[in-house]
Ligand binder design. Sequence first.
Ligand SMILES: Nc1ncnc2c1ncn2[C@@H]1O[C@H](COP(=O)(O)OP(=O)(O)OP(=O)(O)O)[C@@H](O)[C@H]1O
Length: 273
Amino acid sequence: MIEVSSLSKRFVQGSGKKAQTVQAVSGVSWRAANGQITGLLGPNGAGKTTSLRMVAGLIAPDEGEVRVDGIHVATETQRALARLGALSDARGLYPRLTARENIVYFGRLHGLSAAAAAARAEHLAQLLEMKPLLDRRTEGFSQGERMKTALARALVHDPANIILDEPTNGLDVLATRALREALRRLRDEEGKCIVFSSHIMQEVERLCDQVVVISHGRTVAEGTVPDLLQRAGEHDFEEAFIGLAFSAEERRAAGLQLAREAVPGHAAQGGVL
Ligand SMILES: Nc1ncnc2c1ncn2[C@@H]1O[C@H](COP(=O)(O)OP(=O)(O)OP(=O)(O)O)[C@@H](O)[C@H]1O
């Protein structure tokens, strides 16, 4: 289980009089349960990546806290992170090593014996359907092949919690489906707590048991897809997302309208969403 409470983070760019402050995350709170897939859904710049980087202990929050299975990431970092597998956008594989060597190497860094790491590589290759890749050098791997290898590497220590930042970025339809299937198996067969960020509505709608909508660094809604549809008073998830994530003023400024806001006989300036 992952619990994020009142998390805030700002970045300062430049120095002196030219310094600019960006409030990336402003009091975000959410909870991701075991045996469920939780989606962080938000427009570009909403604060999803920054939130996940704080969950993974890569950057420290200014305020708030993250607990992984009840363990504070800030104070018991090693113990909390031992229970977390993180897949970031930068896949960062070693090109001269085979997929198997990449996975085993990370297993060894996590303290697994050579035999245990090798057994995990076999198990994960089966789970992620990547057996034919295992003994190829990762140099020249396709996006989908790289993603699978990086995911196997992130799962080598069998963490109970998995976070993935926009995992389908750059993947074609087949690789996306394979990833979706792998995440379902990790949820259903192994009871993992899975969190992934996305701005792709269909992906979240298809896969997530629970959705957290983030906008301007805040949690603006949380619930199942049917909960969010009901809350927004919409039948279409994309319309619900637009209604929840953007204020009426923002929609007007962007020249966008929800279908239900359209005046009959008048075309929207920027097109009806
Ligand atoms: N290292 C940084 N320095 C300065 N600003 C940053 C930094 N990292 C993030 N930001 C800013 O914080 C805000 C939130 O960024 P973040 O990457 O968390 O959003 P996101 O929801 O993941 O967006 P996207 O869907 O576009 O990836 C943005 O305005 C971004 O420019």
